[in-house]
Each structure stands twice: as C-alpha cells, then as structure tokens.
Design a protein around this ligand. Structure first.
Ligand SMILES: *Cc1c(COP(=O)(O)O)cnc(C)c1O
Length: 224
C-alpha cells in the first residue's frame, strides 16, 4: 500500500467544515489519482493543460478538475468544457478568453484571481491596484460567462514562518476589502485559495478556505 489514501484522509479529517482540499496530482500517474478517488475524494488540481486533459479523459467523469498553474490564453479552449475552477487568472485578457470559450460551451466558468503576495519575482499574479482596476473595468462587467469566486495566492518559498504568515494575512485582507466593495458576484465571492504542503497549516490559521496539497498526499514529485 502506498499510503496515498491514508495521507489524504488524515489531512481531510483535520479540516474544518467549509474548507476544501484540492489534491494536487500533477506529475503523478492516474493510478495514484484513482487511489485517492476511491476514498471518496473528488477534487483534484493540475498545473499543465496537456496533463489535465489527459487525466480528465482517462479518469472518472465525476472528478472536479481545478487548474492551478499559469494558463496561456491559447490553451483555454482545451479545458473550457469541463474545468470546474481556474485558480490562476492573472489578466483581463485571459478572463476575456475564458469568457469566450465558456460561451461556446454554454456554461459559466468559475475563476479565482491570482494575487501576487510573495516577494519572489517569478511568481505570477496581480497586485491590489491591478485587482481593483480589473474588477471595476467596464469590460469586466460585460463578461457574463465567468464568475469570480475568490482569490488565490502563493507564499514565498522560505523557512520564515513569520513571512509566510504575513503574506497569507495580506491575501485575506485584500479579499475582505474586495468583498466589501464589490457589487457584482458578491454572494459568490467566498474562496481564499492558499496553502500548500509546506504551509497549509499556517494558511488555515489565516483564513484559507481552499488548500492545494500535492506532495504531502502523493509523495515528492520527480521531474524529468
Ligand atoms: C504544485 C502546486 C501545489 C502543491 O504543491 P505541494 O507543495 O506539492 O503541496 C499547490 N499550488 C500550486 C499553484 C502548485 O503549482
């Protein structure tokens, strides 16, 4: 036994009601996803479109797939028919494309706006001013087939628990400000996706509603 089922169940049992676990299965084989699936878990996250599409086609259709990685506009069409949540929306341009593909598929696609909270230059995401500008733009109000259900952020990869905590606090505070001021979609604006294997406990203390855990469930990833 590989222990995937045990680890998943252990993490899930500790979560408060209303907190969602996204099991991040990127790079892992479909057998591993099935082992987690067989515990009753249905929410999985991937960060590459090609792998996501392959797993969607191969695995049971009641899985809710989340796209957690950087998404190029030209690849939205491959996932638009089935994706249940896109965590990584970081531009109006991308949102426009998601809206267009959602219309083609006659559905509404749930999205999170990715916020840059880390001090690392490499991390994608919007800052507070960008977020306000996007949400208040006239064009955004016309995109009726996307629904912004919250925010996503990644903390800096560091040993400093204090820094990680501050970054999560800042995401929570940005979330609260936007929630107060937003009129459109307000009742849907409820998710704060933050926390990974190394920092999800801190994230939960700081108000996360959705944690994205990979290696703690499936084991370390090997990249080739
Ligand atoms: C890979 C990944 C995760 C999961 O990372 P672990 O450290 O393995 O838990 C979470 N969020 C995003 C955006 C990722 O790319």
């Amino acid at each position: 036994m590989s222990g995937i089922a045990d680890k998943l169940t252990e993490i899930k049992n500790k979560l408060e009601e209303g907190v969602t676990l996204v099991a991040v299965s990127k790079t892992k084989p479909t057998e591993d996803v099935l082992e987690a699936y067989n515990t009753g878990h249905r929410i999985f996250g991937e960060n590459k479109v090609q792998e996501l599409v392959y797993k969607y086609e191969t695995l049971p259709k009641d899985i809710e797939w989340h796209m957690i990685g950087h998404l190029q506009a030209n690849k939205v069409k491959y996932i638009a028919s089935f994706i249940s949540l896109i965590h990584s929306v970081d531009s109006l341009k991308l949102l426009r494309t998601i809206n267009k593909e959602a219309i083609k598929n006659n559905r509404i696609i749930n999205c999170l706006l990715q916020v840059k909270i880390a001090d690392e230059k490499s991390k994608f995401g919007l800052n507070f001013e960008d977020l306000v500008q996007l949400i208040e733009s006239p064009e955004f109000s016309e995109l009726q087939n996307v629904r912004i259900v919250g925010l996503m952020g990644m903390a800096t990869f560091t040993d400093s628990e204090e820094q990680v905590r501050e970054e999560f606090k800042s995401l929570k505070s940005i979330f609260s400000k936007l929630k107060e001021n937003q009129t459109r979609n307000n009742s849907y604006f409820s998710e704060i996706s933050m926390g990974m294997s190394g920092d999800y406990q801190i994230a939960l203390e700081e108000g996360s509603t959705m944690i994205r855990v990979g290696s703690n469930i499936f084991g370390e990833r090997v990249y080739q």
